[in-house]
Design a protein around this ligand. Structure first.
Ligand code: NAP
Ligand code: ZN
Length: 349
């Protein structure tokens, strides 16, 4: 065991402070990574503030962060895919049982015995796992990902959660040329959703509550932008979508989007607001519409997404901040005031 620097929060209302945390010494199968950048996901904020207490209660102190890119510093003797000096990444998962039907299908994100990168029971050290707002991390080789060398490192970090969470449902949902696709909420996830839907060839409509994001949405790849608080703008698209990705972090009217679907269309929710959403049965019945959910993606699919980003030169749009600004960044995230993901430069730690 060794000690490494981190930023942690001691309670749901505490500010982040500099601290030190234990990490295990790499086992034969482990990769030790010096963290260069870590994205700030809204899930970090939900968990730090214990907003998912009924599903996933927060254990304090918490060190969040699951959008990690760094440099390999050490590898165990059985590690074959990485060597010191390699660029490597870690997302939301650091372990799973490897034997259940979900793992066998490459769906480690659905494994009942998975270990999340933070706030999950730590099999090695006891207590809970600590995430990427820290100097270094030690991860089983099976959960380490390769970062294409042409990507901008600070902008590649958010791909590990915001990227895979939007890529996976769109790939499975048949988002291709000829399809009309909506993306709701231009935050960290949503802006990646727009980039992927555009790259997959769909006609993309971005829905935002922030009129000041209109021009950006076009630059990100949207063909049309709707300010969702404008009922007339919404009405124009009634019954016309094949697929809508809902990436909103707060309470909102989901029926407004279900009503925009055409026959057999699907709204897939990836946002995870604290409170349940009210769904009108009639919105679904009319048009045989579907409401679905999706959570991150498996390890192989995450690598596929990173390789796709390398091939298509896709990065997240990031505002790089030093770790000392993390408290301020959380307040800005709540105001939808980030274009479009904070990426922490860990050299500041
Ligand atoms: P984010 O950067 O804060 O983006 C959320 C966006 O939602 C905001 O930028 C804003 O976009 C919109 N929004 C915020 N408040 C709203 C409101 N009251 N009504 C309507 N729209 C509102 O968050 P994120 O990191 O992208 O995460 C989004 C959600 O996905 C979070 O709940 C997070 O926990 C969840 N998540 C889920 C998964 C998964 O695997 N399913 C993975 C990661 C994150 P506009 O300004 O454009 O309106
Ligand atoms: Zn996340």
């Amino acid at each position: 065991m060794y000690s490494t620097k981190a930023y942690s929060a001691a309670s749901a209302t505490a500010r982040f402070v500099s601290s030190s945390i234990p990490r295990r010494d790499p086992t034969d199968r482990d990769v030790q990574i010096e963290i260069l950048f870590c994205g700030i996901c809204h899930s970090d904020l939900h968990l730090v503030r214990n907003e998912w207490s009924s599903i996933m209660p927060t254990v304090y102190p918490i060190v969040p962060g699951h959008e990690i890119v760094g440099r390999v510093t050490r590898v165990g003797s059985a590690v074959t895919k990485y060597k010191p000096g390699d660029l490597a990444a870690v997302g939301c998962l650091v372990d799973s049982d490897g034997t259940c039907p979900e793992c066998k299908a490459g769906l480690e994100q659905l494994c009942p015995n998975q270990t999340l990168t933070f706030n999950s029971p730590d099999k090695y050290l006891g207590g809970v796992t600590y995430g990427g707002y820290s100097d270094s991390i030690v991860v089983d080789e099976r959960f380490v990902l390769r970062v294409p060398s042409n990507l901008y490192i600070a902008g590649a970090a958010p791909l590990l959660c915001a990227g895979i969470t939007t890529y996976s449902p769109m790939r499975r949902g048949g988002v291709t040329k000829g399809k009309k696709v909506g993306v709701v909420g231009l935050g960290g996830l949503g802006h990646m959703g727009v980039k992927f839907a555009h790259a997959f060839g769909a006609h993309v409509v971005a829905f935002t509550t922030s009129p000041n994001k209109k021009e950006d949405a076009l630059r990100l790849g949207a063909d049309e932008i709707v300010v969702s608080r404008n009922a007339d703008e919404m009405k124009k698209h009634a019954g016309s979508f094949d697929f809508i990705l809902d990436a909103v972090a707060a309470d909102h009217d989901i029926n407004a989007y279900i009503n925009l679907l055409g026959r057999d269309g699907t709204v897939t929710i990836v946002g995870a607001p604290e409170k349940p959403l009210a769904v009108s049965a009639f919105s679904l019945l009319m048009g045989r519409r579907k409401l679905a959910g999706s959570i991150i993606g498996g390890i192989a699919e995450t690598q596929e997404m990173l390789d796709f980003c390398g091939a298509h030169h896709i990065n997240a749009d990031v505002e790089v901040i030093p770790i000392q600004k993390v408290n301020e960044a959380y307040e800005r995230l709540l105001k939808s005031d980030v274009k479009y993901r904070f990426s922490i430069d860990m050299a500041s730690l």
